[in-house]
Design a binder for this molecule. Structure first.
Ligand SMILES: C[S@@+](CC[C@H](N)C(=O)[O-])C[C@H]1O[C@@H](n2cnc3c(N)ncnc32)[C@H](O)[C@@H]1O
Length: 414
């Protein structure tokens, strides 16, 4: 029997302070979405009989994080995952590794040698470290040594703007070297930056608590939203989460208690900094949630004004949605979040989350995902209660201002 070959690739995960360890969560969900279970993805890190739960996999358990070595049989997963990831900075095909620089040419994968020997290929080389800084001088010196005659003896021409191939030398925390290259070309890399187009700073219509675009995309990835999925946000606000889901082709539904916020009569406002307003079509634009879909040529979602505590759907609607994605209010209403005593606010939060689960139990299909944010205030324990009818998939903390943070929680309907 012919064994399918496995390739080692290195995930370079963005170590963003604001996003905590959401990148690990995203890698797990995206590879799973494309058919690779996390036990396969991380098989080199844990013995089979001691495999942790998804939420137990952290930067501590993945040695050398944010560089994560995984084995792939199908390299086509790389562009698929990169095309929708927010926090996986890159995925590098590993071509050599060594305890010292001098070991690198000896350990070069035989099938990778032809890259270096091909003078028709143009390249760009860089060094990535994460635990220490290196000066520009040292960077150049290392690159020249590693890719020069004493190293890989590369015959490639150099092209810093549109190279055919990017080589990266990773220097790990324990000062070992991994050389990887990208197999995706520059154009694909640009596509990977799709999320930038959606930055809130350029969004036409904003509210007081519009969800940041990158978090909205991460949540859509946690929910593994795909084309033609039916997605619901019961606390739609200005529609950020639905914009992200719509980008992935979902058919979106939302409810929001504050009709004024949806229609721009009160706390919602036109973002004067949005470059879209320079477009003559948008110059007379009125504040309105639909503008946020119009500006990206996305279909207008199905929205209603409704209190989540009231029945929003026909009672016969059962297990209809593939995903629910939301950022519930931290107080009773976003507009009065800062008011009221903490006990009242906590009681309101408890009621809102209880209701969110009741709704999700009814309208989410089996296997569908509920992805939501949960605030943590000083003294609150970082844990997620068991919920009847749901399996906890993952939860991670996002640090915010001092003494405050929130959890990004993913549940699956049983
Ligand atoms: C944290 S914000 C969500 C913001 C939204 N993701 C966005 O991008 O604008 C919570 C939203 O829930 C709404 N809300 C508060 N109580 C509600 C209720 N009982 N039913 C439905 N929506 C409610 C608030 O008006 C607010 O817009």
């Amino acid at each position: 029997m012919i064994q399918e070959q496995e390739h080692i690739v290195t995930l370079v995960i963005n170590q963003s302070i604001e996003m905590g360890e959401f990148g690990i969560q995203e890698a797990i969900q995206l590879f799973e979405l494309y058919g690779l279970p996390y036990q396969q993805l991380f098989k080199s890190y844990f013995p089979i009989n001691q495999f942790p739960k998804k939420y137990e996999i952290t930067s501590q358990t993945l040695g050398n994080y944010p560089f994560v070595d995984v084995q792939l049989k199908d390299l086509d997963l790389i562009p698929k995952v990169l095309s929708r990831s927010i926090l996986i900075h890159d995925i590098l095909y590993t071509i050599s590794r060594g305890n010292t620089i001098d070991e690198l040419p000896k350990n070069l994968l035989p099938q990778a040698a032809h890259y270096f020997q091909n003078p028709n290929l143009s390249c760009k080389c860089d060094i990535i470290t994460s635990y220490f800084k290196i000066t520009q001088e040292k960077r150049v010196e290392l690159i020249e040594y590693i890719f020069g005659e004493q190293g890989f003896n590369s015959q490639n021409t150099i092209n810093l703007t549109e190279p055919d191939i990017f080589y990266y030398v990773i220097i790990t925390k324990d000062q070992k070297y991994v050389v990887g290259c990208t197999l995706t070309n520059k154009k694909k890399k640009r596509e990977k930056n799709f999320a930038r187009n959606y930055e809130l700073s350029n969004r036409i219509y904003l509210g007081p608590v519009s969800l940041a675009h990158d978090l909205a995309f991460l949540m859509a990835n946690q929910a593994q939203v795909q084309e033609n999925d039916f997605v619901f946000d019961p606390f739609a606000g200005t529609g950020s989460s639905l914009v992200a889901c719509s980008h992935f082709g979902a058919i979106c539904f939302g409810s929001e208690i504050d009709g004024n916020l949806m229609k721009g009569h009160c706390i919602g406002y036109i973002n004067k900094k949005s470059t879209y307003l320079k477009d003559p079509n948008y110059q007379q634009v009125k504040p309105f949630i639909n503008m946020n879909f119009h500006q990206y040529n996305l279909p207008i979602p199905n929205l209603i004004q409704s209190d989540v505590h009231l029945p929003t759907f026909n009672p016969k609607i059962d297990q209809f949605f593939d995903a629910i994605i939301c950022d519930p209010p931290y107080g009773i209403r976003a507009s009065i979040q800062q008011e009221g005593n903490e006990q009242d606010l906590q009681a309101n939060r408890t009621a809102i989350y209880k209701r969110m689960f009741e709704v999700a139990r009814k309208v989410l299909r089996k296997g569908g995902r509920l992805v939501y944010l949960y605030p943590l205030f000083k003294g609150m324990e970082k844990k997620v209660e068991k919920e009847e009818g749901f399996e906890l998939i993952d939860f991670r903390e996002q640090k915010m201002v001092e003494k405050r943070s929130r959890l990004l929680i993913t549940m699956e309907r049983l």
